[in-house]
Structures are given as structure tokens and as C-alpha cells.
Design a protein around this ligand. Structure first.
Ligand SMILES: O=C(O)COP(=O)(O)O
Ligand SMILES: [Mg+2]
Length: 242
């Protein structure tokens, strides 16, 4: 599908399942790292937009030398040298996380990152094979009791997120602060939690092995899985083929 993207000025990329070698690993795809470096050498900024905790995302920005703002906790927190740490939510999902962790212990487990989170909290699956069923159980329980909390599933973890934030709202905040238009931005993701991320820009891209719900809102589906999709996307941008 040809999309009228003016010159691309920033790429917003999800992390787990998008920059990794596959959707079942945390291993970063080294080709994706090279691709981001090439994009930055062309003047295209790169931002990671992840449900991971802020220290994780800032750490990756530092050591991969990424020059866009770091967006963490499913859009709740933003960091750059110029912005400092921006906190977007009006309320934390902490209470709902503590309740769900104790109620579903055995089906879910705590994440070490939760010690370093403020608003969005993660529950790890004890058995990923029943991930969808456990996600539905947690979602029905939490959303039935905490109307300010939304439950999502990245296929890496179940996330309890304040309803007044998502990755798309954080991207719009960053575009506004950088003085960029959505038509100058590309966003890439792999899970249903990235739908608002893709909708926040003119060219929303899904990886080839992304969730069907995400492919349904993508303007472009790159026919490569996970990190290889970033490599392919960078080639399209470098070749002016978007
Ligand atoms: O932290 C997760 O569960 C997934 O992280 P992601 O948003 O980078 O895919
Ligand atoms: Mg992901």
C-alpha cells in the first residue's frame, strides 16, 4: 500500500518482539541495531516505545546511541535530556497489580522490573502456553474492579496500565514537543498493545508475525518477522520506497 509519507524524520519502534530476533526471545537482532544506526546517519531519529520499565529503555537508548526520546511503561513515562522524565498518567495501577499478583499467584509471577515502575505494572506468565486464557482471567478480574486500569498482553507479559495513557498518546506528546507532524513519523510494532502506537502516526507498520489485531490497523505489514522487519523497513526508508 502506498502511503503519502513525506520525508521520514522519526521512527518509533516497539522493543520486545520487534527489535528482538523473534517474539519468543529478548535477544536483540543485531541487523536491527545496524538498521537503526543507518537511519540515524540519514538524519532519521529513533525512539523505542516499550512496556518495559524506564531504566531498561533508557539503558538501551544510551548503549545503542539512539537519539529520540525513550518511551517506557506502555507510554506512561518519557525521557530525553531536553524533556527530563515526563510522567503522563494521573493515577498508578500499583494497587490493581498487587491485588492481581496475589489473586492469580501460580498462574502469574512477579517481574523484577516492578520495583522500578511507577504506573504500568507487569505480570509474568508461569506457563506461556496458557497465556491467552490467563490474560482473559486477569483482564476480567482487574477491569471489573479498577475502572482506571486497562489490562493488555504483549505476549511477553500481562500489563496493568492506567487507562489515560497508551503508547499512542506518548508518541503524540513527543511529536508535538519535537515539532513534527504524524506524516513525518513511522511506527512499528508486534502486539495488540501497539495498536494505538501505529494509529498515532501516518505510517503504522506491523511485523510479519505480529498479532492479527495489530495487522488489522497497520497501513503496512512488512513480510519479515520481528527484528528482520526493522531491517526491511530501514531499506524501504533508505530507498525512498515508502
Ligand atoms: O514488556 C513487555 O511486556 C513487552 O515489551 P514491548 O512493549 O517492548 O513489546
Ligand atoms: Mg512488543
Amino acid at each position: 500500500m502506498v502511503v503519502s509519507v513525506t520525508r521520514v524524520k522519526i521512527v518509533f519502534t516497539d522493543l520486545d518482539g520487534t527489535l528482538t530476533e523473534s517474539r519468543r526471545t529478548y535477544r536483540i537482532h543485531l541487523g536491527a541495531v545496524e538498521a537503526m544506526r543507518r537511519l540515524q546517519s540519514l538524519g532519521v531519529r529513533v525512539s523505542i516505545v516499550s512496556s518495559n520499565a524506564l531504566p531498561v529503555v533508557i539503558g538501551l537508548h544510551r548503549y545503542l546511541d539512539l537519539d529520540g526520546p525513550a518511551i517506557a511503561e506502555t507510554g506512561a513515562l518519557i525521557y530525553s535530556e531536553d524533556l527530563g522524565i515526563v510522567e503522563l498518567p494521573s493515577r498508578s495501577a500499583r494497587e490493581a497489580y498487587s491485588d492481581a499478583l496475589s489473586r492469580f499467584r501460580g498462574l502469574v509471577a512477579d517481574s523484577w522490573q516492578n520495583r522500578f515502575r511507577l504506573y504500568d505494572f507487569a505480570l509474568r506468565l508461569v506457563d506461556r502456553a496458557n497465556g491467552d486464557q490467563v490474560y482473559k482471567l486477569v483482564k476480567d478480574y482487574v477491569e471489573g474492579r479498577y475502572d482506571w486500569v486497562r489490562v493488555g498482553y504483549s505476549k511477553y507479559a500481562i500489563h496493568l496500565t492506567p487507562r489515560d495513557v497508551d503508547k499512542g498518546r506518548a508518541v503524540k506528546f513527543v511529536l508535538d514537543r519535537l515539532g513534527l507532524d504524524p506524516s513525518e513519523a513511522v511506527a512499528v510494532g508486534d502486539s495488540s498493545m501497539d495498536a494505538n502506537l501505529l494509529k498515532a502516526v501516518e505510517l503504522g507498520v506491523a511485523t510479519g508475525d505480529a498479532d492479527e489485531e495489530l495487522k488489522a490497523v497497520a497501513k503496512l505489514i512488512v513480510d519479515e518477522p520481528a527484528g528482520r522487519a526493522i531491517v526491511k523497513l530501514a531499506e524501504l526508508i533508505e530507498g525512498g520506497q515508502l
